[in-house]
Design a protein around this ligand. Sequence first.
Ligand SMILES: C[S@@+](CC[C@H](N)C(=O)[O-])C[C@H]1O[C@@H](n2cnc3c(N)ncnc32)[C@H](O)[C@@H]1O
Length: 275
Amino acid sequence: MASGDDAPNVAVLGTTGRWDPDQYVRFRDERAQPFYDLAALVRRHPGMRVVDLGCGPGELTRWLHVELQAGETLGLDRSPEMLAAAAAHAGGGVRFERGDIVEFAASGGHGPYDLIFSNAALQWVSGHATLLPQLRSMLAPGGQLAIQVPFGGDHPARSVLGEVAAAEPYASAMQGYRRPGGAQPPDWYATRLYELGASEQVVRMNVYGHLLPSARSLVEWFKGSALTPYRERLPEEMYGALVEAYARRLVEQFGDDRPYFLPFNRILMWARWES
Ligand SMILES: C[S@@+](CC[C@H](N)C(=O)[O-])C[C@H]1O[C@@H](n2cnc3c(N)ncnc32)[C@H](O)[C@@H]1O
């Protein structure tokens, strides 16, 4: 796992915002389960002021708002495509705003919040050692932080993607861009939360087993996430060639087993501060 990239300053890693909501929701149930598991860690108080960082297409943000009986919930995302999809879920105390997590956190993000929630988004932001104190400072007394990040950098399917993208002609076309791993190991987060004075915390790693139709379907899975930065940086034809090359390498590496079992590691963390 390339987890040693905790830059001193918070910076956006992979994506400039061209997410594809349709591709993302192709594995809707698989991607939603960690969201529900993270929400289950949250202590419920009706009327909370909530922000969902990197909210994506908004359906789950709305679910969270209703589930928690929140007073108001803001979904923040930098992707216009995701926000266009999210618009259908606004209203009744839920609103969506375009913004970058980095800038939002650095500016105090119109806090305080009773809950800062983020599912599968902060892996796109490096510098978690800077980001976590910023988020903590945006919390009201009794405030909670709930974050889920994939911890998948060491999965062979990711390494293969990294190798394919590091080859020519892609490397030159992307000026040597390589997507760094955005998440730190679970004990790193537990220590940071302790140092930030959390009154209570839970940090754990869950392995989500996903049954995909075949190894080749890993391409479809990653088109909704890890392939996004390459799609943004490459001309359309070259991106298509990269996806094909990736699919071929996956079949070489994993064979053509049907179905294909994908074990996916995710870190779930929750903390609460008395004051
Ligand atoms: C994998 S999706 C997760 C969406 C949603 N939280 C969910 O659980 O379904 C990641 C989302 O984070 C957003 N994102 C990534 N980097 C971001 C940043 N720096 N600022 C704001 N949003 C960001 C992307 O646009 C995308 O919608």
